[in-house]
Unconditional design. Structure first.
Lengths: 167, 485
């Protein structure tokens, strides 16, 4: 089911803490792209996902979360996300999958969702991104921009086709 | 052989803490403690910073209640620059008040819907996986939806007044750096993009949630009235005429019978009346009233304290609810810990009414933002944060650097009370039992959560801890342990 009253189709949502080194990768992606003025794309960033983000998600057809990752293969992983029926113990640590599950329960709707996990290396209290993470960032930004330019709506599958290939 | 039961950390409480309960060989509780194990030392590293950074810097104490720290620090620094809460321009005072009521409103919504309601709705024996807001959403969709929208509304107020939802920047020494343009104001009266997000809806829903809670109380009266109930003193700000005032006032404390034990003092003089005790097993201090000593001088702060200490609430719908609340105890101070939830909802309604009043005040569009006077060396700022009385105290050198910082946050004021609540549960629910169930352990957490503690603030701490449960014997040896991540 599609949400009604859509104003924008695509949300790019950066998550993380720019005060903790490479955890700021998500925000940096948003900062570098939000002036790009791509049609029907909105950008936002937040320290961590909160339950009220379910309100935000219901307004979009596709959501791309961008976050730093300790485990992704360099330079990044790009994965499709699905609603997670298993409930979190800590409401403070809502995952994108939990958020999709909440959106589904509250609004009977789930946007198509993906996560761009950029490999990071340093997580201490500082505001700089490490040099190897910066290299990954550049590659990830190129990939994201290619996705956003080449998204194709598939009327049969009722979803966006991701045109870009991840490394 | 005695057993020590550890709950670490306390879930659904901002920050992390550890509870230990020590049973003797007969299974009776010998001792229980709420250990606060995180330390960051904010008070120390604020020293040396220029004073004008303080209202922005101290917000990094906490991502949950940054506005409270922002405003308490601003009020303290106002005195440094030679102005007072009474002399700052009306636009500044009212913008700060609107920010504060928005903060308290969304914080109370966060606590009730996300932290307390899973316990209230699912009971103490529900599986841990369902005891959170996602679980609430699954079973009580309308309640969960409204809770999320109420929190969003409060955050939008904060965004409009503070400049950012988290770590706002608008309160400055001597005033504010922005007003609320009329088109932004109008969005809170009528929002075409999100028609449900209006102040009138917030008032209506606050009343609806109160009715939900009162109905819940009627059906669960015994455990709500008896759970973790104990007598205590209470402390809060009140307006000079005795009205509830969450932003500014004088400090009042009453005893369990309603007698004043701290008679409406100017909080600039707090050091004459308060002292803090330090214990070896916790980084969080134990404040008390000097006149009564540490054993008798501890007190509770927060919503339950505020509805007990004030003479009246200066908004009509909340006052009506206060009358109902007080009639239950025949107007005597209410010491039932679980009634904190009821008090919190009354305050949520009061905040909604205050926001409604302020949004119609033309001073919000005023253009005088800052006032300064003769520079001072020292200033204290006190505010009623969502969780209770919050105090910031700074001393500044002639070169503008902070030389002293003392913070007493709400959760610290409640330290003894939370320990008493844990002990109550331990004595009544765990002593003598042959089996320790998860429901019993959760009751310890319910008792703590009634105080809505923010342990990040209380130790000025940050960081993540894995969940560990450690079982010790009476000799301090680990006999069992488990972890959650």
């Amino acid at each position: 089911m599609k949400p009604h009253d859509l104003k924008k189709k695509i949300l790019v949502y950066g998550i993380g803490n720019p005060g903790r080194g490479d955890d700021g990768l998500g925000w940096e992606v948003i900062a570098r792209n939000q002036e790009s003025a791509l049609p029907q794309v909105e950008f936002c960033h937040q320290y961590q996902l909160q339950v009220e983000d379910a309100l935000l998600l219901k307004n979009y057809e596709i959501v791309i979360f961008v976050d730093a990752s300790r485990k992704a293969e360099s330079p990044f992983n790009f994965e499709t996300l699905f609603p997670e029926p298993r409930l979190p113990i800590y409401t403070h640590h809502l995952s994108p999958e939990n958020l999709l599950g909440l959106c589904q329960e509250l609004y009977s709707y789930v946007p198509q969702a993906h996560i761009l996990g950029i490999r990071g290396y340093e997580w201490e209290l500082k505001q700089e991104i490490s040099p190897p993470a910066l290299e990954n960032l550049e590659v990830a930004i190129g990939f994201l921009q290619e996705i956003l330019k080449n998204l194709q709506w598939d009327p049969i599958l009722l979803q966006f086709q991701i045109g870009a290939k991840s490394p | 052989m005695g057993k020590k039961i550890t709950i670490e950390p306390v879930t659904r409480v901002e920050g992390h803490g550890k509870v230990t309960i020590h049973l003797n060989d007969q299974g009776k509780v010998e001792e229980s403690r709420l250990h606060i194990v995180e330390f960051r030392g904010f008070e120390r590293f604020v020293q040396g910073r220029p004073y004008w950074e303080v209202p922005v810097l101290v917000q990094r104490l906490c991502g949950i209640c940054p506005v409270s720290h922002h405003l308490a620090a601003a009020k303290a620094i106002d005195l440094i620059v030679g102005t007072t809460p009474e002399t700052i321009p009306p636009t500044a005072e009212k913008m700060r008040r609107l920010m504060h009521y928005g903060q308290v409103f969304q914080s109370h919504a966060l606590h009730f819907f996300y932290l307390a309601s899973p316990d209230l709705l699912f009971g103490t024996d529900a599986p841990v996986e369902s005891r959170n807001i996602v679980g609430v959403a699954l079973k009580h969709r309308d309640l969960a939806r409204k809770g999320i929208l109420m929190r969003k509304f409060g955050q939008e107020i904060i965004l409009a007044t503070a400049g950012k939802k988290i770590h706002g920047i608008s309160a400055v020494p001597g005033g504010i750096h922005k007003n609320l343009p009329i088109d932004e104001r109008n969005r809170f009266l009528h929002n075409p993009d999100e028609p449900e997000l209006t102040i009138k809806a917030m008032i209506d829903w606050s009343q609806e949630i109160l009715e939900f809670y009162k109905d819940y109380h009627r059906k669960n009266q015994n455990w709500i009235d008896s759970f973790a109930t104990f007598p205590s003193n209470f402390l809060s700000l009140v307006r000079k005429d005795g009205a509830m005032d969450l932003y500014h006032g004088v400090l009042r404390a009453i005893d369990t019978h309603g007698n004043k034990i701290l008679p409406d003092i100017d909080y600039q003089e707090y050091l004459n009346y308060f002292q803090e005790e330090v214990k070896s097993w916790s980084f969080m201090k134990f404040p008390f009233l000097k006149s009564l000593g540490p054993e008798q001088g501890w007190y509770r702060v927060g919503p339950l304290a505020r509805v007990n200490t004030c003479d009246f609430i200066p908004t009509p719908l909340a006052q009506k609810e206060l009358d109902v609340f007080r009639s239950y105890t025949y107007r005597a101070p209410n010491g039932m810990s679980m009634h904190s939830h009821h008090a919190r909802l009354i305050e949520m309604l009061h905040c909604a009414e205050m926001m409604d009043r302020l949004l119609m005040d033309p001073d919000l569009q005023g253009t005088e933002f800052i006032k300064k006077g003769t520079r001072q060396e020292e200033g204290v700022g006190v505010i009623e944060a969502p969780r209770g009385t919050l105090l910031h105290h700074y001393r500044v050198a002639p070169d503008d650097q902070v030389t002293k910082c003392n913070l007493i946050v709400s959760t610290t004021h409640n330290n003894t009370a939370m320990n008493r609540a844990v002990r109550w549960v331990a004595d009544h629910q765990i002593s003598g039992k042959t089996e320790i169930t998860e429901g019993l352990l959760n009751q310890v957490e319910i008792a703590i959560r009634a105080y809505d503690p923010c342990l990040s603030c209380a130790t000025h701490a940050l960081g993540q801890m894995p969940l560990e449960v450690i079982l010790f014997n009476a000799s301090g040896e680990i006999i069992d342990e488990a972890s959650r991540s």
